[in-house]
Design a protein around this ligand. Sequence first.
Ligand SMILES: [Zn+2]
Length: 389
Amino acid sequence: MNVRVSSSDPLTFSFTAATRIVVGPGAIRRLGEIARDLGATRALVTSDRGIVECGHTAAGIESLCDAGLATEVFSAFTENPSSSEVEAGTAVAQAFRPDLLVGLGGGSSMDCAKGINFLHSCGGRMRDYRGRGTATGPMLPSIAVPTTAGTGSETQSFALITDDETGMKMACGDPRAAFRVAILDVNLTLTQPLSLAALTGIDALAHAVESHVSTAATPASRTFSREAWRLLAANLPHVVSGGGSIDTRSAVQFGAALAGFAIENAMLGAAHALANPLSAAHHVVHGQAVGVMLPHVVRFNAAACGSAYANLLADVGIAATAGEAGSTLADWLTGLLATARLKTSLHGCGIDAPDISALAAAAASQWTGGFNPRPVAAADLAALYEAAR
Ligand SMILES: [Zn+2]
């Protein structure tokens, strides 16, 4: 879907949703047919080892083989895929010569598929593709089959790859790296442990909140952010407390995908800029790092976007003025973190003596912070880390 509105200001923007989504329990069985529809004959499947072990990869391979495709699996990568791991996957691709890439797994599997697509299709090194619109030529078609509900990697074109030399996460995106199709099969999310459902779900919620108030947000992207928020805010509390039905899990999976569409068009904000250095320097997993920082960022941002936060609160049945919405929403988010048994402070994450100035300098260099609704200088970022101690 492409929507382009060109009229008098302020309704002048473009919006892209490049990925077709195929939704339904058992939809993974359609992977082979969908691959054939893309004209593919040879599929390289990236799946992390845990996903291979629990059988989801075999289900995908079976569907591909039934449709007559030759397949190869690459699984030698970690939770935060590194540039050298992507290079290893690219070597596998160069030997196998795929005409389709399939990212089957959580965010790491999908990001790894995108990373391999950049290097296999365009050459060079991963760091050459930092930022947006950096591909130098056509890329292979690709399909996402997410097994978690959170990163939104299935519906946005950015690969998060860790630079081996600096330890920092690089966001590498290009519309040509977006998956052509994302298969949302809720059954695949049922095997993830509750802790992973919480980590990925909080990340998705942060994507909805940050993209909703981003400086790059448009009426179209906010439509996706808002609906993602409604789905996630209503259903995530049930899922993270262990009571999620198929319907609530489907809603969370769909909400996470909608948030991905929003990110693709509106980017994120300071919570993600602050989270990435915590992952790089202290190995805090992404959803936890974002979750710790988001309430503090919401309080900080309220002066710039209190009425937008009040709208989000109204969606969960809480009336708040623009002036009080920041602290009310921050408290709501902190309560959800506690329900999800996630940490609510840096101390809780095991960081007792953070080097705040080094963390703030690293956060200030994060591209995504530039889209925060209230400008954040290094001193602001340091104060936000202090508030989270
Ligand atoms: Zn995130």
